[in-house]
Write a protein of this length. Sequence first.
Length: 284
Amino acid sequence: MTFRKCFYLTTIFIFILTLIGCEKTHTSKVNSAKKEVKVALSAEVNPPYLYTSENNHFIGLDMDYMKLLEKKLPQYDFKYEVGEEESNLVGIGSGKFDMGINWFFKTPEREKQFLYQDVPYSYALPLLVVNKNEQKIHTLDDLPGKHLTPMAPSGGLFSILTQYNKVHKKQIDIDTIQEPSNGDNLKMVSQQRRDAMFLNWNTYKAIQEQIHADVKIGGIVKKEPLHIVYNKKQQKLHDDIDKATEELKREGKLQTLSKKYFDLNVFDNLNEINKDKDKLEVNK
């Protein structure tokens, strides 16, 4: 091999090494430029929104939605940490976490402490469960004078009923208890000892799959928006996720997730959803 040829090959080799080094440096800079976002997940599983696979990995609608966000927002590096819901909320407030996702309702008390997502990524479906022979209870307007099963004196469902009572003359009688049993409540409706039970569809599905009570869905009373909860200093993150969520909705990807997990589109209006409420029954 001549000196000229050897020199030529050496030059090419050095050039290639330089390109590889530049590429690695560029990749490293891109990765380091990503902003880490600490996301709190609840240890309390809540199908179909958040639960674990056989391999103990979190799956469900919430995680599918987060994967879509990861693709839409490559400038963020989402890191997930599992904890109890109340301690997660404390952590979000203190800045330990930037945000949390697990089927959060908006309540007046929490709005004072956190930023809430403005563009819902999905909806919960609070509904009335009645005895299979009941024909007259479909909405909250049908509840004054009726006997509901006892419920916890806090949370989203209690807030919905108390807000209803604030703006209506005919009041719903709210029977509260610290730790109600959903199974016992469903049995009370099945045995006609109470007229109705107010709960979310996912809770109804989980309990009914176990006990197969003689009940049915009387009506879905509203679409309750589900929100990511943010630390108040995370306005930019909040705005970027809202924009991405709006894009996902326009693209129909959020509606696809809804049909995957509910068999219907929760982004439809309430009348349309109620027409399809039989799709939500456990014993079809």
